[in-house]
Ligand binder design. Sequence first.
Ligand code: FAD
Length: 450
Amino acid sequence: MTDPTTEIASLSRALPDRVSIPGDPRYTAAIATWAKTDVTPAAAITCRGAADVQAAITAARKAKLPLSVRGGGHDWAGRALCEGIVIDLSEMRAVSVASDRRSALLQGGARARDLISTIDPLGLAAVTGSHGGVGMAGLTLGGGYGPLIGSQGLALDNLVEAQVALADGSVVSASATHNQDLFWAIRGGGGNFGVVTQMRCKLHNIPIVLAGVLIYPISEAKSVLTQAATLTASLPDELSAQLGIAAGPDGSLSVLVAPVWCGAPEDGERQLAPFLKLGTLLAGKVERMSQTALLSRFDAMIVDGLRVHIETCSLDALDSCSIDTLLSSMANAVSSGCVILTHEFKGAACRVAADATAFGLRRPHILVEILTMFPDPEDVTITQQHITWARETREAFTAALPGGYPNLLGPDEASRATKSYGDNATRLIQAKRRYDPDNVFSSTIPLPQD
Ligand SMILES: Cc1cc2nc3c(=O)[nH]c(=O)nc-3n(C[C@H](O)[C@H](O)[C@H](O)COP(=O)(O)OP(=O)(O)OC[C@H]3O[C@@H](n4cnc5c(N)ncnc54)[C@H](O)[C@@H]3O)c2cc1C
């Protein structure tokens, strides 16, 4: 074992301008995350390519320092950071489109907005989540629910190949023809197997979507959510909708209905018309929009630098009982930073065999995201109140399916992860043993327990 300080100094000489330690001007930017954390990494390596990533892995191993990967920095639990070495991918964000326009090659740190800003002018779309700041690798490796889920599946269903820097210092390709077991494991197993330095994902010809964020009064919540849930369940794969309850700028609650139609625009106007008549529409409209505009729909609601705690569960459907749970939890929310939001899992995502990728839950379902976001409190009990509210809310969904969306599970939820991966858990554990036997990549979503 080399002394950590010596190893970081030697890495700094080997990679000039790429290593920063606390106090350096570039350090703060290299470890910036969406959610506030209390972690002070020993060093951040702002990598420019796979060779830098390899050097960072080797140095961390030699010095026996913890290692983490900062992609888009949007993991709510701050797992992009650790007390050791952070592999910062913020300068690896290049995107290029293949000449046949069917796929794009992304560097490992590319965010959704890097991808969409490149392909939108070409009339092309890709499966992203709902926010442009999220890293495409982080999103894809753990799942990737998004507005195109019904027609194109999860983000991970659109992964064609990845270049992965492994714990042993090698860089390999993973695809349907190369290292198939690694390709299987990284499609759902998160960052547990290595660092994706570049990846190829499918593109789709969807120049325009019809979408909107519709706001209804909280007094009509039961009726609006019941109708919206019935409607979304009955509409074709081209339609997906997020439903939720959140506080507006004045702190008062309202119902949020956010439908997206990615089929022919002329059909969309007819399909989306009922969403405008769910009750007394307070704000919002349905309109034709570009992929860039679609990705920015929630920007005003997403604030950087807050404390965050998220809980998640999945339901077969948003039925009357679940809507009651949602409403009573929001009525008892501990602050205006408490939000409940759903994502749909349907269509193309359900037509992938359950054992085709590591991702475990392939039946139609509704993902429930229970978010708490609040300024750094002086009184620590406030943090605990938010965590307790989120936990109790999750537990109140008594019809929840086993496990939860791996990308949103907390660091202490390995037993729930075991359930999330279902019959894929054993194979995933075997892949971890093969590719990362020393658990070098531990600052990531939890894997199933043995
Ligand atoms: C505002 C917001 C909106 C979101 N919306 C959605 C959504 O619509 N759909 C959805 O499915 N999820 C959504 N998420 C969850 C998101 O997909 C995960 O938190 C994801 O892990 C974030 O990736 P990141 O690269 O931004 O985060 P980071 O914090 O940088 O990374 C998180 C973890 O991902 C792994 N990782 C990242 N990059 C790499 C890489 N190149 N190689 C190997 N491992 C890597 C690492 O293990 C790392 O610890 C959202 C999160 C936020 C905060």
